[in-house]
Ligand binder design. Structure first.
Ligand code: FMN
Length: 209
């Protein structure tokens, strides 16, 4: 995918801590051309409400919240899909998308994708993304990991998914939660083949001389 292409993405939020990562990725996505099918699990909305002290109830309201908070340009088209709707367009591989991102991703959703027991639209769309050999990027957050978590993530890695843990670097001296979110958002875009630098690239002393 070159940066000139319109991006076609499935984006899901599952109920792990780290709503800031989804929020900053969404904010950046709103400013680039393309379209995204957006699904949020009930648990993700609950966590979002806790972490941003807001009273959003739907994926659409999450976008409104981001718009209100950071005022991104609105270029991107979003299609909202219901978590329970396991029969909608993105439940089928006959619809084409470039890749799917689950950010943040809970250990429960990781386990479901790993086993193939897909009981909601996030799990089904991830299953389809893998079977169609499209890019699946999972951004898990839990600590510490137990053996089940680790085995599930290794299996998903071996099945073709990218496990991109929510582990922002601190070597660039982030000043805010937004900086931490932008670090992860930049990494996710790069994994999708997009060079969108929301955060300055690291330059070693030698390179910056
Ligand atoms: C405030 C809060 C924080 C949570 N943080 C995490 C987390 O960091 N990682 C995780 O795997 N689950 C976390 N959970 C638990 C998940 O939300 C729970 O397992 C849920 O069933 C996940 O469902 P989903 O993957 O369909 O969204 C958290 C729950 C709450 C209420």
């Amino acid at each position: 995918m070159s940066s000139a292409d319109r991006i076609r993405l499935v984006l899901a939020m599952a109920g792990a801590s780290g709503s800031i990562y989804a929020a900053r990725f969404l904010k950046a996505l709103m400013e680039i051309p393309g379209e995204t099918w957006f699904v949020a699990s009930p648990a993700s909305i609950r966590v979002f409400k806790e972490e941003f002290s807001t009273n959003v109830e739907t994926a659409a309201q999450i976008l409104d919240f981001i718009q209100e908070k950071w005022k991104p340009k609105k270029i991107h088209t979003f299609h909202f899909r219901k978590f329970e709707d396991i029969g909608c367009d993105i439940a089928s591989g006959s619809n084409i998308w470039d890749g799917m991102v689950v950010v943040p991703c809970s250990m429960k959703t990781i386990a479901a994708i790993r086993t193939g027991i897909t009981e909601n639209l996030i799990e089904r769309a991830a299953d389809v993304t893998l079977k169609e050999r499209r890019r699946l990027i999972l951004v898990p957050r839990e600590t510490p990991y137990n053996r089940i978590h680790l085995e599930n993530m290794l299996s998903l890695h071996d099945a073709g998914a990218v496990i991109a843990p929510a582990s922002p670097g601190f070597y660039q001296m982030p000043n805010s939660l937004e900086d931490l979110g932008d670090f992860m958002a930049t990494r996710i875009f790069r994994l999708l083949g997009r060079e969108i630098d929301l955060y300055p690239r690291w330059l070693s002393d030698k390179e910056s001389d």
